[in-house]
Design a protein around this ligand. Structure first.
Ligand code: NAD
Length: 356
């Protein structure tokens, strides 16, 4: 049966990088991939057109699709809007409405790009970490939240960090399952020395480990995890953590690899439906210039084929094609180094299609 992909380019470079991913999907369609693509609006562009960053139509399209390909949302233009209609609400809304609780963020260092990292090559070469971030709970969604004015006239801002046991259990299960297919190690990251909620997180992970004793489990406080990521990142295989800690640590891990423009991500729900997107944002500083790196988005298509569309061989083809263009010395500006061939967003997309 034809599988459905909802394509949501969003804002800024989202438009440019998703256009390149579409070229790749079209090439695979020509080679027999049975999918249909339907485009929708999300983020600031959706707000401009409809007055909301997540129109009903887009939500319906997303819910009826097997997978969603998202570019990025946000930009200077919408920064002064009320928080309830900011572009990011479109993204958070999709995550919560679809129940996309598990965010998988690989940080892989391609040997061809070892020089792009700011860390010494021997510290990062061969790096292959999977960060499993809880995505629908924690402080980004907890109630109560807001800003109130106290009796003395001073304003007080507040958010709530809250996790239910079942939320911790299901994300830890995902981490153990993924570790089983990789290096068989899970490091659970918390702040159990200060926050009761993450003390409970640690207890739940330990309980679940009794049924997953083939996996080596360790625990680390988030401040130490941040330090270890830049000191000796290769000690990690799978890291599992809360929504906010995962947000920060995965960006840190991303930079170990040299470019935020290289890393894909997947967000899955319990039905295997998934949203696939690069980990970077809409990069308004370079939007519209045809210089953004489209490889993170193209590699997100590979994750989509593997995790939601059951087409692992097609996923392998994309990953090999990306390695081929890197081997050929093609680099967008963000990963450029002397002696390489600097290419634009669209030239990089065309090169991947040619390598396919
Ligand atoms: P960003 O990821 O957009 O950009 C950070 C830096 O990385 C910028 O210098 C940018 O030019 C560069 N960069 C990002 N992607 C690149 C690519 N593919 N190729 C080359 N260079 C790239 O983060 P930011 O600047 O903090 O945020 C910009 C906007 O994006 C904000 O509105 C923010 O809210 C939004 N944002 C959206 C998402 C998302 O849609 N998932 C994620 C993060 C930030």
């Amino acid at each position: 049966m034809t599988k459905k992909i909802a394509v949501l380019p969003g804002d800024g470079i989202g438009q440019e990088i998703v256009a390149e991913a579409i070229k790749v999907i079209k090439k695979l369609q020509a080679d027999g991939l049975d999918v249909e693509m339907n485009e929708g609006l999300v983020g600031g562009t959706a707000y401009d057109a409809t007055g909301t960053p997540l129109p009903e139509e887009t939500l319906k399209l997303a819910k009826e699709s097997d997978a969603i390909l998202l570019g990025a949302v946000g930009g200077y233009k919408w920064e002064s809007l009320d928080i309830s209609v900011r572009p990011e609400k479109g993204l958070l809304g999709l995550r919560s409405e679809l129940g996309l609780f598990a965010n998988l963020r690989p940080a892989i260092l391609y040997p061809q790009l070892a020089d792009a990292s700011t860390l010494k090559p021997e510290v990062v070469s061969g790096l292959d970490i999977m960060i499993v971030r809880e995505l629908t709970g924690g402080i980004y969604f907890g109630q109560p939240r807001g800003v109130r004015t106290l009796d003395n006239g001073e304003r007080e801002g507040f958010n709530t960090l809250v996790y239910r046991e079942s939320e911790v259990k299901r994300i830890a299960e995902v981490a153990f399952d993924i570790a089983r297919k990789r290096g068989k190690k899970v490091c659970s990251v918390d702040k159990a020395n200060v926050l009761e909620v993450t003390e409970m997180w640690r207890d739940v992970v330990n309980e679940l480990h009794k049924d997953n004793s083939d996996i080596e489990l360790s625990h680390m406080y988030v401040d130490n995890a941040a330090m270890q990521l830049v000191r000796a990142p290769k000690q990690f295989d799978v890291m599992v953590t809360t929504n906010m800690f995962g947000d920060i640590l995965s960006d840190c891990a991303a930079m170990l690899t040299g470019s935020i423009g290289m890393l894909p991500s997947a967000s899955l729900n319990e039905k295997g439906q998934g949203m696939y997107e690069p980990i970077h944002g809409s990069a308004p500083d370079i939007a519209g210039q045809n210089v953004a790196n489209p490889l993170a988005t193209i590699l997100s298509v590979a994750m989509m084929l593997r995790y939601s569309l059951d087409e692992p061989a097609m996923a392998d083809r994309i990953e090999k094609a990306v390695e081929k263009v890197l081997d050929d010395g093609l680099r967008t500006a963000d990963i450029y180094s002397d002696g390489m061939k600097k290419v634009s967003t669209s030239e990089m997309g065309d090169a991947v299609v040619a390598a396919l």
